[in-house]
Every structure is written in structure tokens, then in C-alpha cells.
Design a binder for this molecule. Structure first.
Ligand code: BGC
Length: 273
């Protein structure tokens, strides 16, 4: 649907404005979530910064946004715990209002473990945070978005919604499951003014994979898995999310935008088969 961009003169640039929107970004005290929160705040949204254990970092981010012309407040809790999620949403209702944008970003890779020699509690934990979390948050968001008649939910999946990754059966299963959740929920809410889209990052430089990019040997090996000659930056993902939650993406729903520098392009074939 045309938005304020349709009133711009030619050559003046295009604008994304999220003014008046309330956005919850789960897991925004670090990494991808922190960058996404900053971008949404720059675009004018009021941001609910969610953290699980890094309260201080979350508060610092809120202070940075509030001191620089944006609006943000901090909410703590465990997304894999249903009651925590209810409380987070009730607190946002009271403090900021009804959520219009939900970014289900909170996630963990979990420990590398081979099925059979693994700890099944760890498996459940990964599913709990990466799949149950987005489900609990989405159901609260959808209730509110139906009242307002609009909303966007972004599920941060991974290239591992497509790519198997030995030692990470829980992670890959959660991300593939989240992808199908995106599609099915998008279909369910398609007549309520609500869009649901997945963003699948590749290898983005964040604390989650520091053990890989922090070591020269594993870093070199990682680069062979990406077609473009670099890892992703958090801004690569935040820019994609900002576009997808904006009116510019108003006809996009139930699909995945892959942001991976070509990790899914079988880079081993770059130099012939
Ligand atoms: C994981 C990262 C990994 C990347 C590429 C992401 O989903 O969280 O740890 O580097 O996929 O394999």
C-alpha cells in the first residue's frame, strides 16, 4: 500500500517511518537484537527492549536511545516461560501501550552435541527458547494486533532453517519449525491486517559465534562457507528487519528473507565442480 513515500518528489530519497509504532524486540540486550532495537528506534518506533540476564546492557541501550531523541523502555523475563511472557506483555501494555511490531529475536545455539550422546534437557532448552518463545510471544502479540487491526511479526530464523548443522539438531529443528510457524500463522492472520515474516541470517558477527570468528583457523574455515568474502554485520540484519516491518513491505507475508551473503549458494561450487 502506498505510504508517505508516494508524496516524495523524484530524487529526494525514500523514507521509512515507524512513528507511533510500539515494537518489542526479544533478546535485545546484545547482538542482533540490540542492533534491530536501535534501527527501529531510529525509524521512530517506541522500543520495548527485552532481556533475560543482561539487565545492565539492556538499561544502557534504553538510556542511549532515550538520550538521543528516541523512546525505549526495558522489560525482563524468560521467553520460554509462559507466565514471564504474559507479564512482559502486560507490563508493556501499562507502560507503552499495545505492541504493533514484534521481533522474535531471542535465541541460543545451545551446546554442540551429537544425538545419542547428548543431554536431552539441553535439547528441550534450545527448543524452549528458540521455538516456544516465539510462539508464546506471538500469541500475546496477535491478541493485541487484532484489536488494533494491524501488526507485523518478524521471526528471526537462520540459514539453519534450510541447512543441516551437525551437532545442532535442536537448533536446526527449532529454526525449521519456526519457519513453518511463520507461514501457518501468516495464513491465519492474513485477514486481520497482520503480516508474519521470517528473516534468516547467515554467519553474522555477534557474541553467539565468537568462538568461531575469534579464532583465526575456524574464522578462515567459516569464510569458505560464505559466497561473499565476509561475515555479516548486525546492521545487515537490522536493515532487512526495518524494511520488512515498514509499509514498504506491506505485501510481504509468510515467507523468509535470507540475509546470508550467499551461504546457501553452495559456495564450494564457486570454482567449478
Ligand atoms: C548461528 C551462528 C552461525 C550461523 C551460520 C546462526 O544461526 O546462530 O552461530 O554462525 O548460523 O552457521
Amino acid at each position: 500500500m502506498a505510504d508517505e513515500n508516494s508524496n516524495l518528489s523524484y530524487g529526494t530519497g525514500l523514507k521509512i517511518s515507524l512513528k507511533g509504532r510500539i515494537a518489542l524486540v526479544t533478546g535485545s540486550s546484545s547482538g542482533l537484537g540490540m542492533e534491530i532495537a536501535k534501527y527501529l528506534a531510529k525509524a521512530g518506533a517506541t522500543v520495548a527492549i527485552h532481556y533475560h540476564s543482561e539487565k545492565q546492557q539492556a538499561e544502557q541501550l534504553a538510556t542511549e536511545i532515550n538520550n538521543n531523541g528516541g523512546k525505549a523502555a526495558v522489560f525482563g523475563g524468560d521467553v520460554s516461560n509462559r507466565n514471564d511472557v504474559l507479564n512482559i506483555f502486560r507490563n508493556i501494555d501499562d507502560k507503552l501501550g499495545l505492541v504493533d511490531i514484534l521481533v522474535n529475536n531471542a535465541g541460543i545455539d545451545g551446546k554442540r552435541q551429537i544425538c545419542g550422546d547428548d543431554d536431552s534437557d539441553e535439547w528441550e532448552k534450545v527448543i524452549g527458547i528458540n521455538l516456544m518463545g516465539p510462539y508464546y510471544c506471538s500469541r500475546e502479540a496477535v491478541k493485541r494486533m487484532k484489536k488494533s487491526g494491524h501488526g507485523v511479526i518478524i521471526n528471526v530464523t537462520s540459514v539453519h532453517e534450510f541447512l543441516p548443522w551437525s551437532g545442532y539438531t535442536a537448533y536446526c529443528s527449532a529454526k525449521a519449525g519456526l519457519s513453518m510457524f511463520t507461514k501457518t500463522l501468516a495464513q491465519e492472520v492474513s485477514e486481520s491486517g497482520i503480516r508474519v515474516v521470517s528473516v534468516a541470517p547467515g554467519a553474522i558477527k555477534t557474541p553467539i559465534n565468537k568462538d568461531v570468528w575469534g579464532n583465526p583457523d575456524t574464522y578462515r574455515d567459516l569464510l569458505t562457507k560464505i559466497a561473499m568474502p565476509r561475515m555479516g554485520e548486525t546492521s545487515d540484519i537490522a536493515e532487512a528487519v526495518t524494511f520488512l516491518v515498514s509499509e514498504m513491505a506491506s505485501y510481504i507475508t509468510g515467507t523468509t528473507l535470507v540475509v546470508d551473503g550467499g551461504m546457501l549458494l553452495y559456495p564450494a561450487f564457486k570454482h567449478g565442480g
